[in-house]
Design a protein around this ligand. Structure first.
Ligand code: HPA
Ligand code: ZN
Length: 350
C-alpha cells in the first residue's frame, strides 16, 4: 500500500474491479434505465411523455434536485406489478454485482407507488425477491430502507410506516428523501421515533441542498445513524468535528452532486476534504440511471478529478463496510476479503 497516485488508469480500474464494496445510498427507482422504462410501459399499457429511449436520455439535464425529482417520479409510473419491481431490482443487482458490490442497502419510495394504487406488498415483495435471488446466486447481501417523501406530510409518513408493518421483517431501516429545502428533518420527528421504537435503523438525506442546520436536526431530533449526502456539512466546522468524533457516516454520491449542481464540478467535490478531516465518508451512485454511472463509475470519476490515491480508495471502501447495517460477523468477513484483495492488487499494480 502506498500513498501515491495510481500508476495508470488501468491500475485504478483494476483496483475497482478487485475490491469488494458496499453500496448504501441507491434509490431503486433511480436505477430504472430508459430501456426497461419503455419495456414496462409497453407491458402495462402506460403512456410515456417520450417517443424514444434517446428522447428520455435527452430529458436528463437537471438544474437542481427538484428538476430531477419531477422526471424521476414520472418514471415510477410504469411500475405496477410485483414482477416490475423484481425486474428493476434484478437489473440493478446485476450491474452492482458486475461492479463487485457484495453488499447493497436499497432505498425505495413506497409513497410514489401507493398514491397510484399500487399495494405496499407488491413493492416490497418484488424488490425483496430479487434480493433473495442475488443472495442465492452470488452470496450477495442486501437490505431494504423505506424512505418517506419529505414534501408530503408527516401523517402520510406515519400511515406509510403502518402499511409496511406486515413486511417489517424485510426492512432494515427508514430514510427521508425528496425535496429538501423547506422540509427540515424535524417535520418527521414523530414518525422517526415510531420507527426507532420498532428497532429500525434511521438515515436521512441532509445537507444535499439544505444547510448544515438540517444535518444537526437529523442527528439531534431524528437520531439518525447515517447522513445521506451531507456535503453542506463541510461549511460548519463544529458539525465536521461532531461527525468525525462520533464516526457518523456520510453516504456521498459524487456524480449525483455534479448532475444536480450541488457542486459545480468534481474537482471541487468535498469528498477528499472529508477523508482528510477523518470523516466516515463513502461512495455511492444515488440514482445511477439518471446521473450517468453506477458505483465504479463514481469511483473512477473522483479518482481522476481529485487525484485520489489507492489508500484513499481503500479508506472509502472500508468506510462503506463500517457504515453498513450488516452484523459484525459478516462485516469482519468482508473486511478480510477487502484486505486480501488490496494486498493482491498491490503486488500486481502498487
Ligand atoms: N435526493 C433526494 N431525494 C431523492 C434523490 C436525491 O438525490 N433521489 C431520489 N430521491
Ligand atoms: Zn439519494
Amino acid at each position: 500500500m502506498t500513498d501515491v497516485v495510481f500508476k495508470s488508469e488501468q491500475a485504478a480500474l483494476a483496483l475497482l474491479a478487485a475490491l469488494p464494496k458496499a453500496e448504501l445510498h441507491v434509490h431503486i427507482e433511480g436505477t430504472l434505465e430508459p430501456e426497461l422504462m419503455f419495456a414496462l410501459a409497453m407491458r402495462n399499457g402506460v403512456a410515456l411523455p417520450y417517443k424514444s429511449v434517446g428522447e428520455v436520455r435527452a430529458a436528463y439535464a437537471f438544474d437542481d434536485l427538484q428538476s430531477f425529482l419531477d422526471i424521476y417520479y414520472a418514471g415510477t409510473q410504469v411500475l405496477i406489478t410485483q414482477q416490475d419491481f423484481f425486474d428493476m431490482t434484478w437489473a440493478y443487482l446485476e450491474r452492482a454485482h458486475a461492479d463487485h458490490v457484495v453488499h447493497a442497502e436499497l432505498f425505495f419510495d413506497p409513497q410514489s407507488h401507493t398514491v397510484r394504487g399500487v399495494d405496499m406488498g407488491t413493492v416490497i415483495l418484488g424488490i425483496h425477491r430479487a434480493c433473495q435471488q442475488a443472495a442465492a446466486q452470488w452470496g450477495m447481501s442486501s437490505a431494504l430502507i423505506l424512505c418517506f417523501l419529505r414534501h408530503l406530510s408527516e401523517d402520510d409518513a406515519i400511515a406509510t410506516l403502518l402499511a409496511a408493518a406486515p413486511y417489517r421483517a424485510h426492512l432494515v431501516g427508514v430514510g427521508l428523501d425528496s425535496s429538501e429545502q423547506g422540509h427540515p428533518p424535524d417535520k418527521f420527528a414523530r414518525v422517526f421515533a415510531k420507527a426507532a421504537a420498532q428497532g429500525l435503523k434511521l438515515v436521512a438525506h441532509a445537507g444535499e441542498e439544505g444547510p448544515p442546520a438540517y444535518v444537526w436536526q437529523a442527528l439531534d431530533v431524528l437520531g439518525v445513524h447515517r447522513i445521506d449526502h451531507g456535503v453542506h456539512s463541510m461549511e460548519d466546522a463544529a458539525l465536521v468535528a461532531r461527525l468525525a468524533a462520533e464516526r457518523i457516516p456520510l453516504t456521498v454520491c459524487p456524480l449525483s452532486n455534479m448532475a444536480l449542481q450541488v457542486t459545480p464540478n468534481l474537482a471541487t467535490h468535498p469528498i477528499k476534504t472529508m477523508l482528510d478531516a477523518n470523516l466516515c465518508a463513502m461512495v455511492n451512485s444515488d440514482d445511477p440511471a439518471y446521473f450517468g454511472g453506477y458505483l465504479n463509475d463514481n469511483f473512477a470519476a473522483i479518482i481522476t478529478a481529485l487525484s485520489l490515491s489507492p489508500q484513499d480508495v481503500l479508506t472509502l471502501v472500508r468506510n462503506g463496510f463500517e457504515a453498513s447495517f450488516i452484523d459484525d460477523r459478516l462485516r469482519v468477513q468482508y473486511e478480510l476479503q477487502l484486505d486480501n484483495a488490496m494486498a493482491q492488487w498491490t503486488v500486481q499494480h502498487g
